[in-house]
Write a protein that binds this ligand. Structure first.
Ligand SMILES: [Zn+2]
Length: 391
């Protein structure tokens, strides 16, 4: 099976008119991934002509992977679109997870390649680049003093795995769309955390297929898979208030204990939630790029809904919303409440920087230098760095 076959199969599954496939077609994605896995010896063979200078620069960037200014778009270009594989592998090495969990290096690489390929590169936002960005943000949070001093290696392994896999096989449309179009995943998961359940189950299937954890006892594997699910399910944005209320209550009572595994797991859930929606807390030049990408995905869904005579989902009508309007609402109702609590929990220079970026980015959208509010995603796509779209 060639890479072209993979591309063709996956093109049929996303935000085109034919993306909503019956179960059989969705499972065929997995078959193709399996084939690609067995026909690939090593990821370095995939791009034999890649400029060695780029590889050197990518390695150089990884030395500063803990910087909040880390430019994932540039890193993705330098790593020839393999940012998720290279970054996650590097972080596993950095934390000595390979040695500690006796992981087979080849199985790890193959697993990460399968993860990268299970993301839909044609999605403007929910693709492997977003997963790489979330993984890098998660690393920054794992390095925060309170977490760094108390998290176990198992917590760190799960945190990184969850970040890398949390949006696996995302179709580029939201749960509302899946429900109103009677998609089989909505039926399977009874309209509840439909996408997140699918991301989790897909991650588990890739873990098992790769054999990455096959040397562990079945009880340990099962425990890891369940905790992985609990982390990924926490990224369901429609349940944000539940998590936030619990977080706020813990902070008010000052009763989070790092020697308690349940508390540490809850902190990991909150860290992953922050990493998932941290775009407005990045420097403006990065934050702005992400804003246009997510808007492009929303508007693409709206276009499909319009063609199918379905009610347009909120934020998806390109004739009503702008990038700026969407961002102001997103920051006000979701990002600010979450990050203000995170800053209470973790009073560090990083939290201060994130709040500062969020405030100034919101100001930029509220008081746009003329072009921001009225920009359409079509016009701004010209400003994206070469190779950043769909990579
Ligand atoms: Zn995400």
């Amino acid at each position: 099976m060639t890479n072209n076959c993979i591309t063709e199969a996956r093109t049929d599954t996303v935000t085109s008119e034919v993306e909503l496939q019956p179960v059989r077609s969705t499972l065929s994605i997995h078959k193709n991934l399996q084939a690609s896995y067995y026909h690939r010896n090593d990821t370095h063979d995939t791009h034999p002509t890649l400029d060695q200078e780029y590889i050197k620069q990518a390695k150089c960037m990884l030395q500063k992977v803990g910087s909040w200014n880390f430019d994932i778009f540039l890193f993705d270009q330098l790593s020839n679109g393999k940012s998720l594989v290279d970054l996650t592998f590097h972080l596993f090495s950095e934390y000595s997870l390979i040695k500690l969990f006796r992981l087979d290096v080849l199985k790890l690489r193959h697993f990460l390649v399968m993860v990268q390929e299970a993301y839909h590169s044609q999605n403007p936002y929910h693709n492997a680049l977003h997963a790489a960005d979330v993984t890098q943000a998660m690393y920054c949070y794992l390095q925060e003093p309170q977490l760094f001093e108390s998290l176990t290696s198992c917590d760190i392994l799960l945190g990184l795995l969850a970040a890398a896999t949390h949006d696996l096989d995302h179709p580029g449309v939201n749960q509302t769309f899946l429900i109103k179009s009677s998609h089989h995943l909505a039926l399977l998961y009874q309209n509840s955390s439909v996408l997140e359940n699918h991301h989790w189950k897909f991650a588990v299937s890739l873990l098992r297929e790769s054999g990455l954890l096959s040397h562990l006892s079945s009880a340990d594997r099962q425990s890891l898979e369940e905790r992985l699910g609990s982390l990924i399910l926490a990224t369901d944005i429609s349940r944000q208030n539940e998590y936030l209320s619990e977080f706020r209550a813990h902070l008010d009572r000052a009763d989070l204990r790092f020697n308690n595994s349940q508390d540490r797991h809850f902190i990991l859930q909150m860290a992953l939630k922050c990493a998932d929606i941290c775009n407005p807390c990045r420097p403006w030049h990065l934050s702005k790029l992400w804003s246009h990408k997510i808007t492009e995905e929303f508007f693409s869904q709206g276009d499909i809904e319009r063609r199918r005579n379905l009610d347009l989902s909120i934020l998806c009508d390109r004739n009503t919303y702008t990038v700026g309007k969407i961002q102001i609402g997103f920051i006000s109702f979701l990002v600010e409440p979450l990050f203000s609590e995170w800053a209470r929990f973790s009073e560090t220079p990083l939290s201060h920087i994130m709040i500062s970026h969020m405030t100034s980015n919101k100001f930029n959208w509220t008081h746009p230098p003329q072009e921001n509010m009225g920009e359409t995603t079509k016009s701004t796509s010209k400003t994206l760095p070469q190779g950043s779209l769909g990579s």
